[in-house]
Design a protein around this ligand. Structure first.
Ligand SMILES: N[C@@H](CCC(=O)N[C@@H](CS)C(=O)NCC(=O)O)C(=O)O
Length: 210
């Protein structure tokens, strides 16, 4: 028994990042499906876990961790199985750049596109200008992420890393939209996306969106 509780529903991209890693590690865990689209992260029960009202939250044998950028490196270190942190300093830097770029510039851009088509109410109603801006910003983010790769199959080398687990779930949501072709028409993206979609951990964590 690993003593892991993951708070957050399957539709959350950051929760899927954690789930992909847990799947790769073959770890058993309990999941409490705090639903973002129903506003559940902002209810007092969850604010007690995460004061900024976000998922994922992780509990490991009573040790509480918030923020995906802390959760996934922790799990990668403490769980047995293959490591998803590259051995070389340059590839580790690539992985960390990717995680930070997704956090700082990628998530909002890509979620503006996904949200416009898939959950407009959650992003304050469909806003055509915001969608167009989101498409342009998403392309810029994907261009930079594909450029920082050192020629490997994945973002930080020939094996998947935490950087790929950060980017893949949000790309999945965009892939369901009519803007996918335009957003994904970026040098190097098709090869990366093909490799990611073939990963069992990606396939095993596909959310059922109703
Ligand atoms: N900085 C946070 C971001 C997590 C995040 O944005 N989660 C989204 C779901 S993918 C969320 O909880 N949104 C709830 C809300 O904004 O109301 C992390 O790295 O964990």
């Amino acid at each position: 028994m690993t003593g892991i509780i993951l708070y957050g529903f399957d539709g959350s991209t950051y929760v899927r990042t954690v789930r992909m890693l847990l799947a790769e590690k073959g770890a058993h865990y309990e999941q409490v499906p705090v639903n973002v689209l129903k506003g559940e992260p902002r209810q007092s029960e969850h604010i007690a876990r995460h004061p900024f009202g976000k998922v994922p939250v992780l509990d490991h044998n009573g040790f509480r961790i918030i923020e995906a950028g802390a959760i996934v490196p922790y799990l990668d270190e403490v769980l047995p199985g293959p490591s998803f942190t590259p051995d070389s300093s340059k590839d580790r830097a690539r992985m960390r750049m990717a995680m930070s770029i997704v956090d700082s510039y990628g998530y909002n851009a890509l979620i503006a596109v996904a949200g416009y088509h898939l959950f407009p109410d959650f992003i304050g109603g469909p806003d055509e200008e915001a969608r167009k801006h989101g498409v342009a910003s998403s392309r810029r983010v994907l261009q930079e992420l594909m450029k920082l790769r050192g020629g490997g199959a994945f973002i930080a080398g020939e094996r998947p890393s935490l950087g790929d687990f950060y980017l893949a779930p949000i790309c999945f949501l965009v892939s369901l939209t009519p803007d996918a072709n335009e957003v994904f028409a970026v040098d190097g993206f098709a090869r990366w996306w093909e490799q990611v979609q073939a990963m069992p951990s990606y396939q095993a964590t596909a959310p059922r969106l109703s």
